[in-house]
Design a binder for this molecule. Structure first.
Ligand code: PLP
Length: 411
């Protein structure tokens, strides 16, 4: 039944309701949906271990003081007016410096309310309803939510668990048609923790160039590299021909997710990108600006050495190893070791239970909060959950004990 007809019937019925727009129907966000379930367990008196939200500040990590001070000073100096819509020049120059160090040649930089808004601008300024965008499976669910909202079709290419969650390059080309506008890459990856090799990135660029796709590269975890001999490579640094937007921000690398400061760096052939950049700027103008005083945290963060993350990575490596080794000792569970970010995506093979039920029961029975794999996407007939390894080792040990006790119920 069409919405209008449904509405008329309800009106005749005298039970008028406000109907939400159809564009909201497909919008889901699994990470927050689980928060609801965990609140229910809390009300029932469960002692919760939350391993579901990728917010380092919630686990005791701190925004470095010089970054907080820069924001506070701006507030006290009454820099509380609106700013330029795409951001203040000091911050744009700091981002340009960061980009150049990574080998990216920026054509445009726009500052937003978190990387989330930069991603939304990039997608909504590019694709019409009915166009399609290539997303990884599994994928950070913001992307599925944005394409649902703009009635863009998601087409999923696979990440291969058997090969440390590398991109299945062969799964990409069969998805492409005349209405394919872009390919999204999340590197380091949420939820798998994979970091892509230069060779893989070059293969993606080859496809993007042949089919005139924009590459949307989400690099919000680019400083979270947990392997000592590994360096994160920005895909934009490997090309002058392919249009790329690289997303980043203060949320993860600088431990300030609540600042809501992110950005997009547009690179590639300037003439080809002109209209697209103007469309992004138009969207930026409609919401006036990202928080003006908080933008002053950007130069403080990017123009200084990030000493804090080095200590954090030293700690995180131990937490990751403890968690992954522990999971791999539990029957019916297995997990690829993540190389970056702070997430793992373990697989479970338990007959007769779907991932969402697994996660809900684990919350209710053991108080361990994870996110179900289908919230990110997974291959048919496979079941996963996403778990974070930000908490202290004692918490990870307790969570492992509870997960093991729960899984053993199915033996
Ligand atoms: N991209 C990825 C891959 C993420 O995991 C997240 C947050 O978890 C974001 C973007 C959102 O970043 P922000 O907080 O800057 O909006």
């Amino acid at each position: 039944m069409s919405l209008n007809l449904e509405r008329v019937i309800k009106e005749m019925d005298n039970t008028f309701k406000i109907f939400p727009a159809e564009r909201t129907y497909g919008v889901e966000y699994a990470i927050r949906d689980i928060v609801e379930a965990s609140l229910e367990a809390k009300r029932a008196g469960k002692d919760l271990i939350c391993l579901n939200i990728g917010d380092p500040v919630k686990y005791g990590f701190k925004t470095p003081e010089h970054i907080v001070k820069a924001a506070c000073e701006a507030l006290l100096n009454n820099l509380n007016s609106y700013s330029e819509s795409t951001g203040i020049s000091e911050a744009i120059e700091a981002i340009r410096g960061y980009a150049l160090k990574k080998g990216i040649k920026p054509v445009d930089i726009y500052i937003t309310q978190g990387a989330s808004e930069a991603i939304e601008f990039a997608i909504s300024a590019l694709a019409n309803p009915g166009d399609n965008i290539l997303l990884p499976s599994p994928c950070y669910p913001l992307y599925q939510a944005i394409v649902a909202k703009f009635q863009i079709e998601p087409r999923f290419y696979y990440l291969d668990e058997e090969k440390d969650w590398e991109i299945e390059i062969d799964s990409i080309e069969p998805l492409i048609d005349k209405r394919t506008k872009a390919i999204v890459l999340i590197n380091p990856n949420n939820p798998t923790g994979a970091i892509y090799s230069k060779k893989t990135l070059e293969q993606i660029l080859d496809i993007a160039e042949r089919y005139h796709l924009v590459v949307l590269s989400d690099e919000i975890y680019d400083q979270f590299v947990l392997e000592e001999d590994l360096e994160h490579v920005s895909i934009a640094a490997l090309t002058d021909e392919v249009p790329v937007i690289t997303f980043n921000g203060l949320s993860k690398n600088y431990f300030a997710p609540g600042f809501r400061i992110g950005w997009g760096i547009v690179s590639g052939p300037e003439e080809m990108l002109k209209d697209y950049i103007e469309a992004i700027h138009k969207l930026a103008r409609t919401r006036l600006c990202a928080s003006h005083p908080l933008q002053f945290a950007i130069p403080a963060a990017l123009n200084n050495e990030n000493h804090y993350i080095k200590q954090v990575i030293f700690e995180l490596r131990k937490r990751r190893d403890l968690l992954i080794d522990g999971i791999n000792l539990i029957p019916m569970l297995s997990c690829v070791k993540p190389k970056g970010a702070f997430y793992a995506f373990p697989r479970f093979e338990i007959p007769g239970i779907q991932d969402l039920d697994f996660v809900k029961r684990l919350i209710l029975e053991e108080g361990v909060v994870l996110v179900h794999g289908s919230g990110f996407g997974q291959k048919p007939n496979s079941q996963h959950f996403r778990i974070i390894f930000l908490p202290e080792e004692s918490v990870i040990i307790k969570a492992l004990e509870r997960i093991e006790r729960f899984v053993k119920k199915f033996l």
